[in-house]
Every structure is written in structure tokens, then in C-alpha cells.
Design a protein around this ligand. Structure first.
Ligand code: PEP
Ligand code: MG
Length: 292
């Protein structure tokens, strides 16, 4: 089957005077999903699966992954859904599997953890491949630093897809994109030509740019002060992605700031994925949703 459309497959339609952007939701939990009015969004731009499956028992159960992914697809009724693979480590614990610690913010988190725990990565890849047979799924890799990490995960998806197909289980190959949240990736995006799409995570990007933990009040002024550096980098990311012909969206908290909207849209970042609580203010700034 042909791959489902990426979350950011088509440019946002122009809406005259109001800034032109498409609005997607970030979903952390089933409660977020139930509270979401799908008619208000163009899709789900980020599912943080580490919060959707917040215990070892859930994260190690392939059927549990699949059931939750299908529930999201059902509710979004044909709109695109980007599921991010487990981003554990760093500040995010998965009780019974990995303890979060400030030290691991620079250690084995996100895709690094998945590569180091291939059984878990393969389990999630199988659930994602199976879910993609039921709707327009894209898969996002967290905390990528090097192209070899994306390639390793792509190979793992190929192997699991072949294995499921041999078993006669329906699968579809979702587009595989990467988070841009490590400064090294932002500066070398041109080396990621195999990535199907990019999603900018400004929460981590700011933390790593400023060397200031995102959750430490003592350095909050430095974190916030890195905004100028981050906007310069965003400009570079948007330009490079455009040159590569790859869709780029933004799912960090800054996407939900109405004050940043004009600037983001101005640099070509027109696909914004935000916390559900941010949707009403952004929708008001953008005007009513127009069906493409
Ligand atoms: C980010 O880092 O901006 C992001 C969207 O991912 P998370 O907040 O889950 O780390
Ligand atoms: Mg992040």
C-alpha cells in the first residue's frame, strides 16, 4: 500500500489577513484525546507515547500500544496522527523500566534508549506498523543526534514489517521522521535527507542551546534568554528543510504562544502542534479552520 500522507504533506491554505497556519494537537494522555474536538484541528502532530503508556506493564504490551493508537486514529476520523516513539530517560521516567534523572538529560534518552533496548523498540515498531494499517500514521523519532540513529530505526522497522507480513498480519509503512531538538541536528539537517519529515522540539532545543535545564527554576532566566539563539536556529531549520523539500512542523511549547505566531509563520513554520489548552487562543488568532 502507498504510505499514508505525512502530517505536513500540503502547504497551509492562505486565509487572507490572518496568519496562515495549520493547527495540530499534542496528545499526552487518553484524557487529552477525549477532551479534544477533532473538528478544531488538522490532526495530531505529536503523541507522547511515553505518557500514553506510562508504566512498564503498558509499554511492554504490544496489544496495549495498538489499542491506544487505534483509539486515537478512530477519534481523529481520518485526520493525520503523528506518533512519537517512547522518549524515556532524561526527565521522563517509565516506572519499572527506567528512572528519570537530571544526569540522563545528556545521556541515554529517546532514540538512544530505544537503540540500547531493541526488544522494546521492536515491540513498539510492530504496534506502529500494525496501527498504520488502520489510518494515516506518521512515526517520529525523539532525541536523534546522528543520521545513523535514524537509519538503525528504519532498518528495525523494515525487519519487523517483514516479520509481520510473513505472519500474515496487516501492516503499512508509516513515514519516519525525526525530532529536531538536539542542536547538532538543527545545524546538520542537510545530512538527514532520508528523514521523511522534521518536527522541531523547542523545549529541548532551548534547554540544550542554553545549557539550562527546562525544569530548573534557578536557571529559568537563562532558558528564556536563549530565545534569540533559538529563533536564529529556527530560521536556519526552516530554510534548510525547504531546500530539502521536506515538511517541517513545530511541536514545542513555543508553537502555542500567540505572540510567536507571526514570527513562526513568517519564517515558513506553518504547521504548529500545540497542547490542547493552547488551541482556543491560537484558533482565535488564526481564524476558523478551513478544510483543505
Ligand atoms: C520538545 O522537546 O520541544 C518536545 C516537543 O518534546 P518533549 O517536550 O516531549 O520533550
Ligand atoms: Mg523533547
Amino acid at each position: 500500500p502507498s504510505p499514508p500522507p505525512s502530517v505536513v504533506a500540503a502547504p497551509a491554505p492562505s486565509t487572507g489577513g490572518a496568519p496562515s497556519a495549520r493547527l495540530f494537537a499534542n496528545i499526552d494522555t487518553l484524557a487529552d484525546l477525549d477532551a479534544l474536538d477533532p473538528a478544531q484541528v488538522d490532526g495530531v502532530g505529536l503523541v507522547r507515547t511515553e505518557f500514553l503508556l506510562p508504566s512498564a506493564a503498558e509499554a511492554l504490551d504490544e496489544e496495549c500500544h495498538l489499542a491506544r493508537y487505534r483509539r486515537i486514529l478512530d477519534r481523529l476520523a481520518g485526520r493525520p496522527v503523528t506518533l512519537r516513539m517512547l522518549d524515556v530517560g532524561g526527565d521522563k521516567a517509565l516506572p519499572g523500566l527506567v528512572e528519570g534523572s537530571p544526569a540522563s538529560v545528556l545521556g541515554e534518552r529517546g532514540v538512544r534508549f530505544l537503540i540500547a533496548h531493541p526488544d522494546l523498540a521492536r515491540l513498539q515498531a510492530r504496534a506502529l506498523l500494525r496501527a498504520a494499517a488502520f489510518g494515516p500514521v506518521s512515526v517520529l523519532l525523539p532525541m536523534v543526534t546522528l543520521p545513523s540513529e535514524r537509519a538503525a530505526m528504519a532498518q528495525l522497522f523494515d525487519e519487523e514489517a517483514a516479520r509481520l507480513e510473513r505472519q500474515g498480519i496487516a501492516v503499512a509503512r508509516p513515514p519516519l521522521g525525526i525530532m529536531v531538538e538536539v542542536p547538532a541536528v538543527a545545524l546538520t539537517l542537510d545530512m538527514f535527507t532520508d528523514a521523511a519529515f522534521f518536527s522541531v522540539g523547542t523545549n529541548d532545543l532551548m534547554q540544550y542551546l542554553a545549557a539550562a535545564a527546562r525544569d530548573n527554576p534557578a536557571v529559568a532566566h537563562l532558558y528564556a534568554g536563549a530565545e534569540t539563539a533559538m529563533f536564529r536556529l529556527l530560521e536556519h531549520i526552516a530554510t534548510t528543510a525547504r531546500g530539502l523539500g521536506r515538511p517541517v512542523s513545530l511541536c514545542g511549547d513555543i508553537a502555542g504562544e500567540p505572540a510567536a505566531l507571526g514570527r513562526l509563520v513568517g519564517m515558513g513554520l506553518r504547521d504548529l502542534s500545540v497542547a490542547p489548552s493552547r488551541l482556543p487562543a491560537l484558533r482565535a488568532a488564526l481564524g476558523p479552520r478551513s478544510e483543505a
